[in-house]
Ligand binder design. Structure first.
Ligand code: GLN
Length: 484
């Protein structure tokens, strides 16, 4: 490689403020790195949309802040965003044919906040179509490859964003989470991925998949990059009625705290007998580090965990079937002519959506239909409440954070999983946090045969600070062990 991975967000920000680097030179370094690692369509297929005008505009906007707001948190820091987050400068296609060429007339609140803080959007990243998937193989624009092992998937559905950070193109990326789509690819790519509390970050401008489960999440090379990004994008937004009006803590200050006296729950349902012994060993080694630092590790139980996947795959498709009704050939993107209005709808939707999206729409329509609503959808919502109450009980009982594996496997080979149900099992340890709305994050805790393993922290609603405190401490304790 001719280029080096980009530096941390804190180095770039500080150097930009000190004028030892410029926003233009940082953008150039990011673009050169992307070229060098093969981020384009023909190679790793990480970046779907980029443009020289966009890059120049972003750099100019950041440069204008150097004199006026030298302390801006993202000053001159480049980032990429998943292709389901609306941006003015580049297309927003959700990895789907149905939105090919679509450019949003408005931008997501998270994009605006990053720009206001001096951040620079470098490109839009590949994803499973409409964020449905766990491998980034189900994009209409072809699969993304894992930069650490190009014969393997980066995880998904935010695989392009995770891969961009892992490849050193940007130190920060935006993704989205409905059931694990930030944490699972973070785990597969050896980076940090955070899903905040539901309501912590505005969803305005995030294309809806399943609204009661959707979140904007962040990736970072290290915990600090993710903490910085979350700090910038969090907070109240009048454009999203589910966004909480609560003050945003300085997540980066969690760096100063330690885990002495912290109670870390180890839920037994996340360490089943069937768990890969090497993943279990990595998690237990991480817990040992936390114990040495003065934390108490406590065995706990979340008894409704086994129902999370079935519940998720009723609730998520049900909401998706409703949300995706808007892609009808009239309002957005693709339009295929057919016999009359109905024929046009049918032609557009059957040619615009891929197989997995079609499967979810069919499933969701079925579970919401008269006669099945009570048996499936209502029942799933009831069990969802039980899953959330498991967490509430454990946190109320004095547990500060939970620690688990992020995913049951490391990155698998491209094409290795063709059975949709087997793919759904990738999210077994992550969907629970979305169903309950609690914050959760993944960070690298070691490797198996050269492939990264992620460890997950979960915390009570709006308790991101505790989660970050534990994550910073574990990252420090692991040091180089996290990537070996
Ligand atoms: N893999 C899960 C799904 O396919 C989760 C996706 C996500 O979090 N967006 O629905």
């Amino acid at each position: 490689m001719k280029t080096a991975p980009l530096s941390s967000s804190s180095n770039i920000r500080n150097e930009t403020a000190a004028r030892t680097c410029t926003p233009e030179s940082t953008i150039d370094a990011s673009v050169a790195r992307a070229t060098d690692v093969g981020a384009g369509r023909e190679a790793l297929n990480i970046l779907l949309w980029t443009s020289a005008e966009c890059a120049a505009g972003q750099a100019a906007a950041a440069a204008a802040l150097i004199d006026t707001r030298n302390n801006a948190l993202m000053l001159g820091v480049p980032y990429v965003a998943k292709d389901n987050i609306a941006t003015l400068e580049l297309p927003t296609t959700c990895g789907s044919r149905v939105l090919e060429g679509y450019v949003s007339p408005y931008e997501a609140t998270v994009i605006r906040k990053l720009r206001d803080a001096g951040g620079m959007l470098v490109g839009k990243t590949n994803m499973d179509e409409f964020a449905m998937g766990s491998s980034t193989e189900h994009s209409a624009y072809g699969p993304t490859k894992n930069p650490l092992a190009p014969d393997r998937v980066p995880g998904g559905s935010s695989g392009g964003s995770a891969a961009a950070v892992a490849a050193g193109i940007t130190p920060i990326a935006l993704g989205s989470e409905t059931g694990g789509s930030v944490r699972q690819p973070a785990s597969f790519c050896g980076v940090v991925g955070v899903k905040p509390t539901y309501g912590r970050v505005s969803r305005f401008g995030l294309v809806a998949y399943a609204s009661s489960l959707d979140h904007v999440g962040v990736f970072g090379t290290h915990v600090d990059d993710a903490a910085r990004a979350l700090r910038v994008i969090a907070g109240h937004d009048p454009y999203d009625s589910t966004c909480a009006n609560l003050p945003v803590p300085d997540y980066q200050s969690a760096r100063e705290s330690d885990v002495r006296g912290m109670v870390i729950g180890r839920p037994r349902e996340y360490f089943p007998d069937s768990l890969d012994d090497r993943i279990r060993a990595r998690c237990d080694a991480a817990l040992d580090h936390l114990r040495v630092l003065g934390a108490e590790v406590r065995d706990v139980s979340l008894p409704h965990t086994s129902m999370a996947i079935p519940v998720y795959y009723i609730v998520a498709p049900a909401e998706a079937s409703s949300n995706l009704a808007r892609f009808d050939g009239v309002r957005y993107g693709l339009r295929m002519e057919g016999d009359g209005l109905k024929g046009m709808y049918e032609a557009t939707r059957s040619q615009g959506f891929g197989a997995e999206v079609t499967r979810r729409v069919l499933l969701g329509t079925y579970v919401l239909s008269a006669g099945y609503y009570d048996a499936y959808y209502r029942k799933a919502q009831q069990v969802r409440t039980l899953i959330a109450s498991d967490f509430r009980r454990v946190f109320a009982g004095g547990v500060d954070v939970l620690f688990t594996p992020t995913a049951p496997t490391t990155a698998f080979k491209l094409g290795a999983i063709s059975d949709p149900y087997e793919m759904y099992m990738s999210d077994i340890f992550t969907v629970t946090a979305n169903l309950a709305g609690i914050p959760a994050m993944s960070q690298p805790i070691g490797r198996i045969d050269g492939l990264p393993v992620g460890g997950q922290f979960m915390a009570a609603h709006f308790d991101e600070m505790k989660m970050f405190s534990a994550a910073y401490a574990l990252e420090r304790a692991l040091g180089a062990e996290a990537q070996t």
